[in-house]
Design a protein around this ligand. Structure first.
Ligand SMILES: Nc1nc2c(c(=O)[nH]1)N[C@@H](CN(C=O)c1ccc(C(=O)N[C@@H](CCC(=O)O)C(=O)O)cc1)CN2
Length: 307
């Protein structure tokens, strides 16, 4: 998708072009289905495990989506569903079962875990060779060490999905100023490491709740990644005309008109009048996160020696 592509940060446009995560994820899944077919032919069938604790509607829906995706591309599914009351020990026991299960070639612990659970202690128990989210400290350390991407390790899915989404729409990051709003482990903290890699070559400012003059910083950015989880935080006045804007944050609200729950992103819809590129939410980064999870599962299975 390169024809007539405006450079991010180079002049405004009347209505932003869509960074279509749904269509891009569908294309990636079709590519992965071929690789899964080849793995199966070699007797290396990949299997994705999930650990889901509790019944948070978002987490339940995301995990269901991940297993639907698995079925679509031919990856086996293994589920460890625990009640919200599960203790730290019970969650770690589920992690250890997946570490030991040969049918589970890679897995994730769905985040966030319920209040009171030590999330980092759980992530540390994941076998780093089965870490489909790239969130084990060893893999996050490899991300820090791999300045040019020379170390092959799973990357956190949302940051990897954002880079892939921009790349497949021809939006170059080289020499661009990127403002990341939010410092959560799944997006904000790790995406800066990817954006500053050799070959990608962006310059990053990571804004958070302690940042003074966030609006001013964002207004200077050619590319904005909004991952604060604050509904419609980023308004058109924050955006430099012609910027590329990636809406990551998710707030679930009840629509007063329909009475139904719906997703609202961190980015106000009117930003489309100022930005050159905008990823919708839903339909942008979410499907890409799931596609990159499958890509990690396939990469891990391809690296594994035959049994
Ligand atoms: N272990 C992890 N936990 C969490 C991660 C993660 O990468 N690993 N990221 C987020 C949630 N997330 C993945 O788990 C995720 C978010 C959104 C979507 C998605 O497909 N969204 C759809 C809308 C779905 C809906 O209607 O509910 C969209 O954007 O179009 C998938 C995965 C936090 N936790």
């Amino acid at each position: 998708m390169t024809g007539g592509v405006p450079e991010a940060g180079q002049g405004g446009s009347p209505a932003a072009r869509k960074l279509d995560g749904k269509a891009t994820a569908a294309a990636i899944k079709a590519e992965l289905a071929e690789r899964v077919k080849a793995l199966r032919a070699e007797g290396k069938a990949p299997g994705l495990g999930t650990v889901l604790v509790g019944e948070d509607p978002g987490s339940v829906s995301y995990v269901a989506g991940k297993h639907r995706d698995c079925a679509e591309v031919g990856i086996e599914s293994i589920r460890e569903d625990l009640p919200a009351s599960a203790s730290q020990e019970e969650i770690v026991a589920a992690v250890e079962r997946l570490n030991a299960d040969p049918a589970c070639t890679a897995y994730i612990v769905q985040l966030p875990l319920p209040r009171g659970v030590d999330q980092n202690a759980v992530l540390e128990r994941i076998d780093p060779n089965k870490d489909a989210d790239g969130l084990h400290p060893t893999n996050l350390g490899r991300l820090v060490l791999s300045v040019g991407g020379e170390i092959r390790s799973p990357l956190p899915c949302t940051p990897a999905g954002i880079l892939e989404l921009l790349s497949r729409h021809g939006v170059s990051l080289r020499g661009k100023n990127v403002a990341v709003v939010g410092r959560g482990v799944t997006v904000g903290r790790s995406i800066g490491l990817l954006l500053t890699r050799r070959g990608i070559d962006a310059t990053v400012v990571n804004c958070h709740t302690g940042t003074a003059n966030v609006e001013e910083i964002v207004r200077r950015a050619d590319v904005v990644v909004a991952a604060a989880g604050v509904a419609r935080l980023v308004t058109p006045e924050w955006i430099k005309p012609g910027a590329a804007v990636v809406d990551v944050g998710v707030s679930r609200i009840v629509d007063p008109e329909t009475g139904k729950a719906r997703i609202v992103g961190d980015v106000h819809p009117d930003v489309a009048e100022v930005a050159a590129w905008l990823s919708p939410n839903p339909g942008g980064v979410g499907p890409m996160t799931r596609a990159m999870l499958l890509a990690n599962v396939v990469d891990i299975a391809e690296r594994k020696p035959c049994a």
